[in-house]
Write a protein of this length. Structure first.
Length: 288
């Protein structure tokens, strides 16, 4: 039976945002601020899904609990692919030894990437040091947002969003490709930690035979598909929803908000899946 949920504030608002980023990876809001923004938008169910890390999860969960927001653990894995392919992990045990080992390796890769970015920026004539960037981390794993903050402080750019637009995004002088897990490694880590795996923003993944890709991921343990996403057209939402039904995948929705970055969607931006994601809400948040 299809369940319908009523948003806290306004029938057109999203009641769930299952794809949000913080400063723990490449967002501009700290994890606690993410929870506060969810509260302001009337979000009842939320997940922080930072790239290849759970560094911000505890802070986010604690803030969400204080604000009476239903929350669970989350990660967004970038996996090796000729193009872009991301897998969202939900409900993982963030103390699982295998998961921690995998994430530790990803953290090392992230630090290596940051150092390479700084070297590229230096080669482009920008006076910036690793020490200046580390001063912006506040205990978090070093990443592109911290490099952006350092560039703002030095007056190279006026905002972090401008830093990403001019220096840190793909095609820019300071861009360095992320080193990713294989599909099998990511899915195994998620299952070993007791989590659910979801195909993130499928529109952004090109495949000559898209259904064959979904079928392959399903064989590796895929549980869901993010059918409702701000860049999906109505027709694409329908297509991904039907594909999910065919392969017995639950449907999710998310904004993929990165805070104040240029081009970032705001938390709660995606609302079209409100009534279609009941199964996901039940599984991820243990609702009746």
């Amino acid at each position: 039976m299809l369940l319908f949920f009523t948003p806290m504030r306004g029938t057109m608002d999203a009641f769930a945002d299952l794809h949000i980023h913080s400063t723990a990876s490449d967002g501009t809001f700290r994890p606690a601020r993410v929870a506060e923004e969810c509260y302001k938008k009337g979000i009842r169910y939320a997940v922080l899904t930072d790239h290849d890390t759970v560094a911000g999860v505890s802070e986010f969960l604690n803030a969400a609990e204080r604000l009476n927001i239903h929350a669970t653990t989350g990660i967004e894995f970038s996996v090796q692919y000729d193009g872009e392919l991301h897998i969202l992990a939900y409900g993982v045990d963030i103390q699982n030894p295998h998961l921690l080992s995998v994430l530790g390796e990803m953290e090392n890769r992230r630090v290596e990437r940051a150092k390479k970015i700084i070297l590229k920026l230096q080669s482009s004539g920008i006076d910036i040091s690793i020490e200046e960037v580390e001063a912006e981390t506040q205990g978090e794993v070093i990443g592109r947002p911290h490099i952006g903050l350092a560039l703002v402080k030095k007056g190279v750019v006026s905002s972090v969003s401008e830093a990403f637009r001019l220096y840190l995004s793909k095609g820019c002088p300071g861009f360095v490709q992320r080193r990713s897990l294989t599909e099998q490694e990511a899915m195994y880590a998620i299952k070993t930690a007791g989590g659910f795996s979801v195909f993130a923003h499928p529109k952004l993944t090109y495949a000559p035979d898209f259904e064959a890709l979904v079928k392959r991921l399903k064989a590796l343990g895929l549980d869901g598909i993010e059918a409702y996403y701000p860049e999906h057209t109505e027709e694409e939402c329908t297509f991904f929803s039907r594909l999910g039904e065919k392969y017995e995948l639950f449907l999710t929705q998310g904004s993929d908000s990165h805070g104040d970055m240029r081009g970032s969607t705001h938390i709660g931006k995606e609302t079209r899946g409100n009534s279609a994601i009941a199964k996901a809400i039940s599984l991820l948040f243990k609702t009746p």
